[in-house]
Design a protein around this ligand. Structure first.
Ligand code: NAD
Ligand code: MG
Length: 387
């Protein structure tokens, strides 16, 4: 029986993971559920999954959480704030931690789980983008294990199963990207948040939906892949594949290409990560090859989708550039979602911050957080100018 902490339980990934867990009651027990502010949803999940601990990130909501749990006759340890998130990520009471908080806000609990030697199911790509080397060395030191939930990295993990270190060094990764809702749209100046969040194939949180529309999501994933699979930037390619059936591929020196396919449903990679090295039922619809139709591929347009270009540039620059890129993107995306920044200014805000702020490589998580703060301030200032 695995005992699981779900960080970001109310989100798109969190609820998909709970759906998979509910299908296997003899296999997984929920130790802790966390959310930032949606008290009622968190309490509803607690009533259904009966965890030992429930954490609300916003400390001002602690008494609301207690009341909501009382109203539902849920008895558990109710806590609030950042330190409580770190506690449930590292507690001995759970062997598995799903990191599904959105943004660099998930960094501290994700690192805590890595340091504590957990089986870490990583969805929170921003954490590995801003602190990749620190996260990977924490896992190595603790003997913890990282299983990628992001569908592309999950696909690559599957394609690399049984491939030795020597052969990995000669492999090439091909990340697939749907292209997002604006793949064929000409003028992007008047794009609204709702249009940007209407993804053709996936239902996701609003931040990652905007990232998919700018292709920054693929940029963050290129950086994520380089840390996860110890892969140099020149051996990570991106190809647009609008059907989202092939979730990514690995090419070997003999010309063979291995791919992982499935319906676009995050329950498949979540189930893989939960059960690895076994396989369990996920609830995802099976592919029907008789009706699937054509699978198509094209090169990404890095002139139109500048964010992908800046992500490659940040990975090439090394040091703190990925942390700066991530922070600037988070601020710009939030400004766009609040209708304070035009869609096309997301990329120019990021470019501006990368140009003016080039701190040294962070040596500790505290230094990452400091770089994140400073980059956010600069991004806020530039976004206000671009508004
Ligand atoms: P979401 O917005 O639906 O959910 C985010 C969760 O994080 C919520 O439970 C929220 O309460 C919590 N949260 C938000 N801010 C927080 C804070 N400051 N402190 C603590 N908790 C906070 O997002 P999502 O779509 O589920 O994505 C979660 C992560 O998974 C992101 O990093 C995303 O890039 C990654 N991811 C998502 C998908 C997907 O299909 N949704 C696919 C691949 C990767
Ligand atoms: Mg992905």
């Amino acid at each position: 029986m695995h005992s699981v902490t779900l960080l970001g339980a109310t989100g798109s990934i969190g609820t998909s993971a709970l759906d998979v867990i509910a299908r296997h009651p003899g296999r997984y027990r929920v130790h802790a559920l966390t959310a930032q502010s949606r008290v009622a949803e968190l309490a509803d999940l607690a009533a259904r999954f009966r965890p030992e601990v429930v954490v609300i990130g916003d400390p001002a909501l602690e008494s609301d959480l207690r009341r909501a749990l009382r109203e539902r006759s849920v008895q558990c340890d109710a806590r609030a704030g950042a330190a409580a998130l770190v506690d449930v990520a590292q507690t001995e009471a759970a062997d598995t931690v799903l990191a599904a908080i959105v943004g660099a806000a998930g960094l501290m609990p994700t690192i805590a789980a890595a340091r504590a030697g957990k089986r870490l199911l990583l969805a929170n790509k921003e954490a590995i983008v801003c602190a990749g080397p620190l996260l990977m060395s924490a896992l190595q030191a603790s003997g913890g294990q990282l299983l990628p939930v992001d569908s592309e990295h999950n696909a690559i993990h599957q394609c690399l199963a049984g491939v030795g270190a020597g052969q990995r060094q000669q492999a090439r990764l091909v990340l697939t990207a749907s292209g997002g809702p604006f793949l064929r749209r000409g003028d992007l100046a008047d794009v609204t948040p709702d249009e940007a969040c209407a993804h053709p194939n996936w239902v996701m949180g609003r931040k990652i939906s905007v990232d998919s529309a700018t292709l920054m999501n693929k940029g963050l994933e290129v950086i994520e892949a380089s840390w996860l699979f110890d892969m140099p930037v020149d051996r990570i390619d991106v190809v647009i594949h609008p059907q989202s059936v092939i979730h990514s591929m690995v090419e070997f020196p003999d010309g063979s290409v291995l791919a992982q396919l499935g319906s676009p449903d995050m329950r498949t990679p979540i189930a893989y990560a939960l059960a690895w090295p076994e396989r369990i039922e996920s609830g995802a619809r099976r592919l029907d090859f008789a009706t699937l139709g054509a699978l198509t591929f094209e090169a990404p347009d890095l002139q139109r989708f500048r964010c992908l270009h800046y992500a490659y540039a940040a990975l090439r620059a090394g040091g703190a550039a990925s942390a700066v890129l991530n922070a600037a993107n988070e601020v710009a995306v939030e400004a766009f979602l609040q209708r304070r920044l035009p869609f096309t200014r997301i990329a120019s805000t990021i470019e501006g911050v990368l140009d003016e702020y080039q701190p040294a490589a962070p040596r500790s998580v505290e230094e990452v957080l400091d770089i994140d703060r400073q980059a956010r301030q600069r991004a806020g200032r530039l976004a206000a100018l671009h508004a």
